[in-house]
Ligand binder design. Structure first.
Ligand SMILES: Cc1ncc(COP(=O)(O)O)c(C=O)c1O
Length: 392
C-alpha cells in the first residue's frame, strides 16, 4: 500500500488551505540559506521583543511561584487586571467574571465558535480577512460566508452588507478592528449599527480586537461599548508584543461564560501559568510607556512606507489607521500577486505576503506588507523593489 492510500483524512481537510504566509516564510529561509539577505515583511508579528518588565515578572514568578494549572478561565488577578485596563483606558465597565484568559486569541476564537456553531451554521466574514477564521469555522463544521469588501467600505463589513447576506442559517457576523490584512477600522457608529442588526436577527456579533492599542492618529474604542451581548476577542500578542507566550482573552456575554469554561477545561485545561504571571506586568505604567514609544515608532514607519509604496506604483486606496499592515494594490506592477511576491523575494530579498492568504476577492491584485522593520530597513526594501520594477 502506498502512503496516500494509508492516509485517513477527515473530509473537512479538503477545506483547510495552507497558511500562505508560513509558506512564504519557509521560502524566505531557503533564500537566506543560499546567502541572500532577506528583509522580512511577511509575518504578522512585531519586531520588538517582549518589554523588559514583563520578562522580569516571568522570571520572578518562575523562581517564587508554583507552575501548576490555573482555573480554565485564567487566574482571577489577571482577569481583574484586564477588567481594570478596560475601565482605565477604554472607559468601559467589564466585570472580570466575563473575561476568559486563553492560549492566544486563537484559542479564544476556537472557544467562541465552539460554543456558538452547530453543523451547517454560517458565519459572515469579510473578504479579505484573517485566513484562520474561515478555517476555525470549517473545523467546527460551520460554513464561512465570505463577503467581498473593498475600499468603498474601507474593507470592512457594515450593517448594510450583513443585512443583505444574512440567511436563515447565519449565526454569527464577525468584524476585526483594526483589521488584518488592511489595517482599517470599524467606527463606533458602525459597530453600534452592526450590533443592533445582529440582535434583531437573533444572531451574535463577534469582534476581533487583537490589534487594539495599535492605532495611529486616533484612540481605539471597543465593541464592548455596543452591549453586553457582543463577543470580543483580544490578545497579548500584538500591542503587548508577546506572540510566542501564547496568551489572549475572550470577553463573553455572562450567560455563555460557564459553557465556555466547560469547553476550555476539556480543550486546554488552562492557559500558560508563567505567561499569565508575566502578563500582569503588561498594565504597569513603565510597560505602557515602552509600548507607547513603540507605537509611535510604528506610526513613523507607516508614514514613511505609504508614500514610498505609492512612488513605486502600488496603490493604497484606504490609509490604514491601525495594526502594522498595508494591503497594497499591485495591479499596476503585476497581474499575479502570488508570482510577484515570489519574485520580490527571490530577486530582491524582500518577503511580503500575497493576497491569496486573505480570501478570494481579487487576491491576485494585492500584497500585504508588514512594517515590522526599522525605517532604515524599510528604505532598503523600497530601494530593492524600485530596482526590480525598473528592470522589468
Ligand atoms: C486578526 C487576527 N486574529 C487573531 C490572530 C491570532 O493571534 P494570537 O493567537 O497570537 O493571539 C491573529 C494573528 O496574527 C490575527 O492577525
Amino acid at each position: 500500500m502506498n502512503d496516500a492510500a494509508r492516509l485517513h483524512l477527515a473530509s473537512r481537510m479538503a477545506f483547510i488551505e495552507p497558511f500562505e504566509v508560513m509558506e512564504i516564510q519557509t521560502l524566505a529561509r531557503e533564500v537566506e540559506a543560499r546567502g541572500m539577505d532577506v528583509i522580512h515583511m511577511e509575518i504578522g508579528e512585531p519586531d520588538f521583543t517582549t518589554p523588559r518588565p514583563v520578562v522580569e515578572a516571568a522570571q520572578r514568578a518562575l523562581e517564587s511561584k508554583p507552575m501548576f494549572y490555573t482555573s480554565a478561565l485564567g487566574f482571577n488577578e489577571l482577569r481583574e487586571a484586564i477588567a481594570r485596563f478596560y475601565h482605565d483606558r477604554y472607559r468601559v465597565e467589564v466585570p472580570a467574571s466575563r473575561i476568559i484568559v486563553t492560549a492566544g486569541s486563537s484559542a479564544a476564537l476556537l472557544l467562541a465558535f465552539g460554543v456558538l456553531l452547530d453543523h451547517g451554521d454560517e458565519v459572515l466574514l469579510s473578504d479579505p480577512g484573517y485566513p484562520c477564521n474561515r478555517h476555525f469555522v470549517r473545523t467546527l463544521g460551520g460554513v464561512p460566508r465570505l463577503i467581498p469588501v473593498g475600499p468603498e467600505s474601507r474593507y470592512q463589513l457594515n450593517a448594510g452588507l450583513v443585512r443583505r447576506d444574512w440567511s436563515a442559517k447565519t449565526r454569527v457576523a464577525m468584524v476585526a478592528s483594526p483589521s488584518n490584512p488592511t489595517g482599517t477600522m470599524v467606527t463606533p457608529a458602525e459597530v453600534e449599527a452592526l450590533a443592533a442588526l445582529v440582535r434583531e436577527k437573533g444572531g451574535i456579533l463577534l469582534a476581533d480586537e487583537i490589534y487594539q492599542g495599535l492605532t495611529y492618529g486616533l484612540d481605539a474604542r471597543t465593541a464592548l461599548e455596543a452591549g453586553e451581548d457582543v463577543f470580543v476577542i483580544n490578545s497579548f500578542s500584538k500591542y503587548f508584543q508577546m506572540t510566542g507566550w501564547r496568551l489572549g482573552w475572550l470577553v463573553a456575554p455572562p450567560r455563555y461564560v460557564r459553557e465556555i469554561e466547560k469547553l476550555a477545561q476539556n480543550l486546554f485545561i488552562s492557559p500558560s501559568t508563567v505567561a499569565q504571571h508575566a502578563a500582569l506586568a503588561c498594565f504597569e505604567p513603565k510597560t505602557i510607556e515602552i509600548l507607547e514609544k513603540r507605537r509611535a515608532e510604528l506610526d513613523e514607519r507607516r508614514r514613511f512606507l505609504i508614500p514610498a509604496l505609492e512612488s513605486l506604483g502600488f496603490k493604497v486606496p484606504v490609509v490604514p489607521q491601525g495594526a502594522f499592515y498595508i494591503y497594497a494594490d499591485c495591479s499596476a506592477l503585476s497581474n499575479d500577486s502570488f508570482a510577484f511576491a515570489r519574485e520580490i523575494l527571490t530577486k530582491a530579498g524582500v518577503a511580503v505576503t500575497p493576497g491569496k492568504d486573505f480570501g478570494h476577492h481579487h487576491p491576485e491584485r494585492h500584497i500585504r506588507i508588514a512594517y515590522t522593520q526599522t525605517v532604515a530597513r524599510l528604505e532598503e526594501a523600497v530601494a530593492r523593489i524600485r530596482q526590480l520594477v525598473r528592470k522589468s
